[in-house]
Design a protein around this ligand. Sequence first.
Ligand SMILES: NC(=O)c1ccc[n+]([C@@H]2O[C@H](COP(=O)([O-])OP(=O)(O)OC[C@H]3O[C@@H](n4cnc5c(N)ncnc54)[C@H](OP(=O)(O)O)[C@@H]3O)[C@@H](O)[C@H]2O)c1
Length: 289
Amino acid sequence: MATIAFLGLGNMGYPMAGHLANSGHQLRVFNRTHNKAQRWAEEFPGTACTTPATTTHNADAVILCVGRDADVRELLNDQLLAQLQPGTLLIDHTTTSARLAEELAARCAEQGLRFADVPVSGGQQGAINGQLSLMAGCAAADYDDIVRITAPYTRLIERLGNPGCGQKAKMVNQICVAGLIQALAEGLQFARNAGLDAEQVMKVIGQGAASSWQLQNRHQTMLNGEFDHGFAVDWMRKDLQICLQEALHNGSSLPVTALVDQFYGELQQQGAGKLDTSALLLRLPKSSR
Ligand SMILES: NC(=O)c1ccc[n+]([C@@H]2O[C@H](COP(=O)([O-])OP(=O)(O)OC[C@H]3O[C@@H](n4cnc5c(N)ncnc54)[C@H](OP(=O)(O)O)[C@@H]3O)[C@@H](O)[C@H]2O)c1
């Protein structure tokens, strides 16, 4: 059992840190908005700290799940890294650019620290159920420790390569998902406008080649007009910008991703940034015929 510092108790981090605490690790947690950390410590065995420095002091592993590149940079600043013990394992579950992961891994190595980018997939429900898919970018020698530590909230973990490769795999995930959600929104719109029972259509095509996680888990809420849950448009936009940027570097063409990114931009302009990504349906017209 290890002493683990967990930074960032958002929709994902809160239950993930909870699984670690319940599995017997010694947990110290930090959240920028402290009352969330206090609430967490009332629910799980562990200590709520008020600064990242006190949280990470003498920890065996430091785990992060915050928002974007700038947030990770802010937390893992030079001062914080300098006070960590040599050999400390840093696991970043935030979805960020691959460049950030590469840069942090190099900086950590200079100080004898071990850094891994391990973005996740499976949503808030996957985090609550301890059923996430993890994409690891790390030194081969660190992988077994990462597997052991993250086991309480992991359904499947794969090492994709050295630091940065986990984030690149997560980009593939987001590229695939973006097209799927838009296609599902178009299909639902078409079914309604064609005068079909959209629910009945989903029931039958959901057993065929058109099925997907999005169809199974989102068609009902989309038909009900419920979008106040799940994975926020703002986060998806952040992720798609990262994908498009990386594609410029590696020479990929992402026409559908670029289009869906624009659609999400429209939703943000309409004030729908906090809604679930399935809110793409809201952009599509209902037939007046
Ligand atoms: N939600 C999902 O379904 C999902 C799925 C896969 C991956 N992800 C990725 O996982 C990460 C977290 O997502 P989430 O849904 O848990 O987000 P969230 O609910 O918005 O939580 C973000 C957390 O990061 C903290 N934070 C943000 N900026 C910070 C900073 N500069 N310094 C310190 N703490 C900071 C926030 O603190 P406060 O409480 O003070 O705001 C909060 O605890 C994101 O990178 C997201 O893209 C999310």
